[in-house]
Ligand binder design. Structure first.
Ligand code: RP5
Length: 278
């Protein structure tokens, strides 16, 4: 293996990427010998994926709302290279083309951060013995692809409102809604009716995600919103992992957690706003 190639694990796959020294990260720095590893999964006309850039029928409106597909970036206007490929706003990644992501350019996700204050059996709020601050908990899922704990987020479907994605992804991954009967679904929708409404949602973060799938030409962005369980509605709701998740649980928040991508950063932002233990 050449020494400028780095191997890393993505789920059960071993992916290689070219090593990118910090001082050569940005596109503004000329690097003639840069040779990224090309990874390009062919999604064969999957509705949620783009065609190949070389497809003459594919005429994306970069940096714009392109029909139902949002090709705008939270980071501002991204550039295109000489061959018409969108360029990752954070610079070189060591992999080019779109890797395992469906869209060229930004791939938009939504991350619902469902929180509550930790309570003991008598319903008294619990405080951390050292910081003396109340302990905040959030609902985390165990991702099946990489076996890492994460916020139960997911991709925004074409034409979907982010507010709908937040609720849908939470219900699919943390409550296994896809496997419910229509009656069970209806009952759950009723229970969660006001919980996921905009007044209860606190915007935490919108922007680039340090996702392991990012490449030079495709990257993840997200909108993370906190929904706080003030009225203990989750005392009556059973968590059940579904869809891409193989585990789900309430997790006590503190700085030592290990989470997928840069999800810990979103959790830190949440706990800081609430002045909980970190
Ligand atoms: C992350 O990937 C986002 O923050 C979100 O949690 C997740 C969306 O991807 P999938 O879970 O749909 O694979 O970048």
């Amino acid at each position: 293996m050449p020494n400028n190639i780095q191997l890393y694990h993505y789920g059960n796959k071993v992916v290689s990427r070219a090593l990118v020294p910090k001082d050569k990260k940005h596109w503004s720095v000329t690097w003639k010998d840069y040779s990224p590893v090309a990874v390009n999964v062919d999604f064969e006309n999957k509705l949620w994926a783009d065609p190949q850039i070389s497809d003459s029928n594919f005429k994306p409106a970069w940096n714009q709302l392109d029909g139902k597909v949002d090709r705008r970036s939270h980071t501002g206007k991204y550039l295109l290279d000489n061959n018409g490929y969108p360029l990752n706003p954070t610079g070189r990644t060591g992999i080019n083309l779109r890797g395992v992501l469906g869209r060229w350019g930004p791939n938009h996700a939504a991350d619902p951060i469902v929180t509550r204050w930790k309570k003991d059996a008598n319903k008294a709020q619990m405080f951390h013995p050292i910081s003396k601050l109340p302990i905040l908990q959030f609902i985390a899922i165990l991702r099946s692809d990489v076996n890492e704990w994460a916020i139960p987020g997911g991709m925004v479907d074409a034409g979907e409102q982010v507010s709908a994605t937040l609720k849908r992804e939470f219900c699919e991954e943390s409550l296994n809604m896809l496997e419910m009967s229509p009656d069970q679904r209806k009952a759950l929708q009723q229970q969660l009716k006001s919980f996921f409404n905009e007044e209860n949602g606190k915007p935490i973060y919108s922007g680039y995600v340090e996702d392991p799938r990012n490449t030079d030409n495709a990257w993840m962005e997200t909108v993370a919103v906190e929904f706080h369980d003030q009225n203990d509605i989750f005392d009556k709701i059973t968590l059940n992992a579904g869809d891409d998740a193989k585990g789900v649980r309430w997790v006590d928040i503190d700085r030592t957690l290990n989470l997928y991508a840069n999800h810990l950063k979103f959790i830190e932002m949440t706990v800081n706003i609430r002045n909980g233990h970190w």
